[in-house]
Design a protein around this ligand. Structure first.
Ligand code: SOE
Length: 401
């Protein structure tokens, strides 16, 4: 896994990178923001163009195109991937359509960016990896969108671990806590149905923290012991979704995914890890927290304070050692040479700008972007091992390779 690079030199003589995006809801809006902004902040070898956006509802997708700056609107993703003015297909749909769209887009000669989790099942993810490997031979590239790698503070954490500042890792502790499902009357949106989302908190939030923990630690998990639970099993049926929410339409339906997933895990180096993903942590809105303890020091990160990284240098004299706050806003920090002066922080949306930046560079340079579809498949295998372990009352389950 490569380190993110600082923004590169002058504009080169390469054609624009014309993007076609499928889906325009919460993630589509976030990706649009990334594509729209990236060329205004970073010097890029190819300039992204927002060529076309796709959604099933003609009026709604036209409105989304106007709002987010897309030149054209399509109502059929097959028409989008057939367009000659699209070089890259960005998939921002629920997980049930990732595999079909990605495989078809790669077959149509496009580069692909796919939102996380890569797919709803290991089998789908395997098919996507096969398609990406074949496409790679034709010069096309595919990436999965684990955007929390692109927070300057998490990229800095990875850099500090790789530099050996923590020494040998002993603990990696990660939680991702939200609370938008606390109300049992919250409607049954697609995120609560297995056929659409694949899993619940596990795939939605657990996928992020598995990827982030492995990215920062610099190694892959080898096995897990898990518990999952569905606290509310029946909910009001949902109408049109807005953001995460939706209006109830009358009647109820079954929740078919986990509401929370807790698991412990091993890294091959001997480090122990723990993970907690839930949408029932009352009062926690988007609390992704990561702490690493190594033999020479510790690091701690909280997404709700994403311009900061806490660092304890255990080699300092105990008289003045202790956690100190690194304000991650310096030009020496990952991604930040192109942004505001020190102290003028970034937010959630900037992770999508950085994601677009890294992908544009990889495509222009003809090299595999990180995280690859193979990386996405490996996360999918971790999620599958979690489900298997939970079904077997937490029995330790090795992760398939
Ligand atoms: C909802 O839980 C959600 O939007 C996730 O789907 C995203 O991946 C995460 O970044 C924020 O929360």
């Amino acid at each position: 896994m490569a380190q993110p690079q600082q923004s590169a030199g002058a504009e080169a003589e390469q054609p624009p990178l014309r993007v076609g995006m499928v889906g325009y809801a919460f993630m589509g809006a976030a990706h649009s923001q990334g594509w729209r902004t990236v060329g205004r902040v970073f010097d890029l070898p190819r300039r992204p163009v927002l060529a076309a956006v796709c959604g099933r509802d003609a009026a709604a997708v036209r409105a989304a195109a106007d709002r987010h700056g897309w030149a054209a609107a399509e109502t059929d993703w097959r028409a989008l991937i057939a367009r000659d003015d699209v070089d890259l297909v960005d998939i921002c749909t629920p997980g049930d359509s990732h595999a079909e769209i990605a495989v078809a887009a790669l077959a149509a000669g496009k580069h692909v960016l796919c939102e996380k989790p890569l797919a709803n099942t290991v089998e789908e993810a395997e098919a996507m990896v096969r398609a990406a490997e074949q496409a790679r031979e034709r010069g096309q590239l595919a990436m999965v969108g684990f955007n929390y790698r692109r927070v300057p503070a998490t990229a800095l954490a990875r850099r500090m671990v790789a530099e050996g500042r923590l020494g040998r890792l002993r603990h990696v502790r990660v939680t991702y806590l939200q609370d938008w499902l606390v109300d049992p009357q919250f409607p049954l949106t697609w995120r609560l149905r297995r056929e659409h989302a694949g899993s619940g908190s596990l795939g939605d939030l657990g996928a992020h923290i598995v990827d982030l923990a492995q990215y920062v630690a610099g190694e892959r998990l080898s096995g897990v012991s898990a518990l999952t639970e569905t606290f509310v099993r029946e909910r009001p049926l949902a109408g049109a979704v807005k953001g995460l929410a939706a209006a109830a339409t009358g009647g109820t339906g079954q929740v078919t995914v986990d509401d929370a997933a807790l698991f412990t895990a091993r890294f091959p180096s001997g480090a122990l890890a723990s993970f907690e993903a839930t949408r029932y942590a009352t009062g926690r809105k988007n609390a992704l927290r990561l702490e690493l303890n190594g033999e020479h020091g510790s690091l701690a990160f909280d997404l709700e304070r994403l311009n900061e990284l806490s660092y304890h240098d255990g080699t300092e004299s105990p008289a003045h050692a202790g956690f100190r706050r690194i304000l991650v806003t310096e030009p020496e920090h990952p991604y930040l040479d192109a942004w505001w002066p020190p102290g003028h922080g970034l937010g959630y949306e900037h992770t999508f700008v950085h994601q677009a930046r890294d992908l544009v560079h990889a495509i222009a340079e003809g090299r595999q972007p990180d995280p690859s579809f193979a990386d996405g498949l490996q996360v999918q295998r971790v999620l599958a091992a979690v489900e298997e372990s939970a079904e077997k009352n937490s029995v330790y389950t090795p992760i398939a390779v």
